[in-house]
Design a protein around this ligand. Sequence first.
Ligand code: C2O
Ligand code: CU
Ligand code: CU
Length: 450
Amino acid sequence: IQSRDGLLELNLEASLSPLNFNAQQAYLMSYNRQLPAPRLEAKAGDTVRIHLTNHLQQPTNLHYHGLHVIPTGTGDNPFLSIPPQEQFTYEFTIPQNHPSGIFSYHPHHHHLVAEQVFNGLIGLFIVRGEFDTIPEIEAAKEEFLVFQDFALDAGGHIQNTNQMDLMRGREGNLLTVNGQIQPDLKIARGGLLRLRLLNASASRFYRLSLENHPFYLIATDGRSLSEPVESEELLLAPGERAEVLVKGEQEPGHYRLLNLPYDRGGMSMMGGGMGMMGGHHSMVNTNQSMPQVLATFTYQGTSNPLPLPTKLMPVESLATPKKVRKIELSMTMSMGMGMNMAFLFNGQEFDPNRIDAEVKLNSIEDWELINVDPDGMAHPFHLHINPFQVISRNGQPEPYRAWKDTIVVRGDEMVTIRIPFRDFTGKTVYHCHILDHEDLGMMGIVNITA
Ligand code: C2O
Ligand code: CU
Ligand code: CU
């Protein structure tokens, strides 16, 4: 769905309804009965007007992940609640100088985010602009890949979660790309393929590699790198996006897009927890030890050889700020009647009535994200509205400069990010993008004032 004459206007109906899925009927939550949700496309400067109707039996709302837009009123406001059977119209403008890239939209209703996203409510939001007009990028074949995982019971309903699912973040054993299991994608021999990737899962990490083909990373989250970076694999945590170019230079054939094993830490407390949870079936499949096939690529036809671009969009260098803030990421678990757990920033659970960080508009801050989780689990930290750059990990500078809005902080890691707060005042949030952790308290409020 594209904008026309500077306006992106559409109706989105959130419902729980039967959909055709993997040759069976599944009862999933969707927007407009589509899985993944319709892809929205706008340009910098456009007005966005979305009429959301809530046909779910629980409240919901919308968040525009990664967009640099107004965080209050009818903009990217995470504090709204749209009750069942009601409608709400979101309306905001994408700034004229907004970068072009991959963003997403999904619900953000506290305590219901993991459930609603895991049930299917998430889609791509693309902003088009200058980046897309770089000749080699324009000439490349564009493919969107949206990764979602599901756990269905025999009746086609999403499985219930247990305590372990919540602790790790819920994952399903059905891995889908664009709503399909192992789709086959076509690539022309000699040409360039531009893969635009979104991890739309609630908790699953994807460590991607494409057989016999390196990736040339050209964008991280919603923004261009300054030049392509060659890599053999790519880690995408929940909420993260990336763009890569793939050269169609191999022998014609089928090549598999693989999800390689990845250890996101955090099994040490499991032993203790297991006893309490004994007997319960878990949907979690965290001990993946074999590569999984996500999709295949098949060469079809030939095209004129295309070179890689040498230069992309410049990535601004940010001045070193005086203001440094520390945020500790942790969890607690207590055994009482059942098991209680909470995920925390600086020892506190989310409180909608507390401001955790007061910042000044037009200031730059360094935030030190320190993972002190006793269980050593990796947490993908995400900030709304204002993108940031990673400065260092455990004191080691990053190899190249890039914009991000979601960044993995592994167990025992300290990641320093540099954030310019620009253009918009108001309250917004930062949180762990393992959505069960967000729902269980790992979220804070930042208030930006003039
Ligand atoms: Cu994609 Cu606040 O999240
Ligand atoms: Cu977001
Ligand atoms: Cu987390």
